[in-house]
Design a protein around this ligand. Structure first.
Ligand code: NDP
Length: 454
């Protein structure tokens, strides 16, 4: 059977076995289509049925999380942990708390995480988890009770050599603290079973900044290859959480000008430049609404979501040279990328996982004058620094911010080099989506072959 026919059959099987799991299907389709050149060149992956095996998680846990709200009512949410692949190391990947979380989203994130972690060059497997619980609008007590109830089930399946969760949307330092505190109590020992911990209790300097800083380092590598740089580039950024804030901050140190940010209710356009300190104040300290930004910077413009053009994300209508989606999956649709292109944007670097819809990704791939940094390469700085946190925990050391940041920079350079050189090896120079997918897949698949039918 030809490789294309084999992939079509496998995709049909994914659809039949996971009906309605659109995000998972989208992620699998993208990876399988982009690794066709490798599968054609190396028959061993077909011989060992790697494709059929690699798309199935090793384990998916779905569990009930019951907690008590401030009025004394029992509330129920669904918890998830998908341990996707442990061929190259213990499972590793974040936890997401957001009302949109379901098994499809957790499986797509775990699948992507497997190849991302492989690309870092570090020995970490792929996983993802979370809950449809939304911390927004909950009291401190409710968040504590939810985190403890969530951990009452999750602790059985994680551990510093088994599965090491971290943060993601809705899970920051506060939630990780409550999760870690309860984990420690349940297992009766202090071990690095979570990353993103507080600096005083086993966390790493630089972890908070890592995904955003890494994203900017990756963009810099992409432009360096073109004898260009971020200097004087007008940048649009979406989101206003962890990844967005530290992307904005790092863009300034590269002499670029980030002019937008957003949250789930609206966006800010600040022509003279988004102020990262204001974002930190609103989102990290006050946990407030982005509309507050305008109160501090009256020269900025706040546009509520209801005023966005139908079916568009408002951020991408702002003319720019470079776009950094940093909010959530599928936040860049076909109309958005078309608008970006018409407005002259020629660099798209993904901070959020699977930022683009399938049609938007097809548009980008058909316009090779757009430099495109896919998420699994460009946003890998967070998980790479989580692994640096694990190294520090294992050796009982605390590295300086500078040491961690230097290592992060080197890892991002190496991820870019690996993806770029792989694109050259397979005859499509600069196609980083293909390069990243093939390089990430190859290491995991080879380990699976070595380990037999595990
Ligand atoms: P945060 O929770 O810190 O921030 C998420 C931001 O995106 C918030 O501004 C949020 O708005 C906005 N957002 C979330 N969902 C939606 C939505 N459906 N529509 C519009 N806006 C939305 O998360 P992170 O910054 O950690 O994560 C952002 C992205 O980066 C995710 O895709 C995540 O998977 C990815 N990522 C994160 C890493 C990390 O280290 N944190 C590592 C690698 C990837 P609001 O405040 O209103 O909720």
């Amino acid at each position: 059977m030809s490789i294309i026919k084999c992939i079509d059959r496998v995709l049909q099987e994914v659809q039949d076995a996971s009906p309605g799991q659109d995000e998972f299907y989208q992620a699998v389709e993208e990876v399988l289509h982009s690794i066709i050149p490798l599968l054609e060149a190396e028959p061993k992956y077909n011989e060992f049925n790697i494709i059929e095996r690699i798309i199935v998680p090793e384990r998916s846990l779905v569990f009930r999380v019951v907690w008590m709200d401030d009025s004394g009512n029992y509330r129920t949410n669904i918890g998830y942990r998908t341990q996707f692949n442990s061929a190259i190391g213990p499972y590793k990947g974040g936890l997401r708390f957001h009302s949109s979380v379901n098994l499809s989203i957790i499986k797509f994130l775990g699948f992507e995480q497997t190849f991302k972690n492989s690309l870092t060059g570090l020995n970490i497997g792929g996983a993802k988890g979370g809950s449809n619980f939304d911390p927004k609008g909950k009291s401190e007590g409710e968040i504590i009770r939810f985190c403890q109830s969530f951990m009452n089930e999750l602790y059985k399946y994680i551990g510093h050599t088994k599965d090491i969760p971290a943060g993601d949307i809705g899970v920051g330092g506060r939630e990780l603290g409550y999760l870690f505190g309860h984990y420690k109590k349940l297992v009766g020992s202090f071990e690095g079973a979570l990353t993103g911990k507080g600096i005083n209790w086993g966390g790493s300097l630089g972890r908070k900044e890592a995904t955003g800083f890494g994203l900017a380092y990756f963009a810099q590598e992409m432009l360096n290859k073109q004898d260009d740089s971020l200097k004087d580039k007008i940048c649009t950024v979406s989101g206003s959480g962890n990844v967005a804030i530290y992307t904005v901050q790092k863009l300034y140190s590269m002499k670029a000008l980030p002019v937008t940010c957003s949250d789930s209710r609206g966006m800010i356009y600040h022509k003279s430049g988004i102020d990262p300190d204001t974002l930190k104040l609103i989102k990290e300290v006050k946990r407030g609404d982005l509309s507050e930004y305008k109160l501090i910077h009256p020269d900025s413009k706040y546009i509520p979501k209801r005023h966005y053009k139908q079916g568009r994300n408002g951020v991408w209508s702002v003319p720019c040279d470079a776009a950094f989606p940093c909010a959530t999956q599928n936040e860049l649709n076909f109309a958005d990328v078309q608008t970006l292109y018409e407005n002259g944007c020629r660099l798209i670097v993904e901070g959020s996982n699977m930022s683009t819809t399938k049609r938007a990704a097809d548009f980008i791939m058909a316009h090779r004058d757009i430099l495109y940094g896919p998420a699994k390469a460009a946003n890998a700085g967070g998980v790479a620094t989580s692994q640096l946190e694990m190294s520090q925990n294992a050796s009982m050391q605390n590295w300086s911010f500078g040491k961690v940041d230097t290592k992060l920079h080197a890892i991002m350079q190496s991820i870019f080099k690996n993806a770029y050189e792989t694109s050259v090896e397979f005859g499509d120079e600069g196609n980083l989506m293909m390069g990243a997918n093939i390089a990430g897949f190859r290491k995991v698949a080879d380990a699976m072959i070595d380990q037999g039918p595990a």
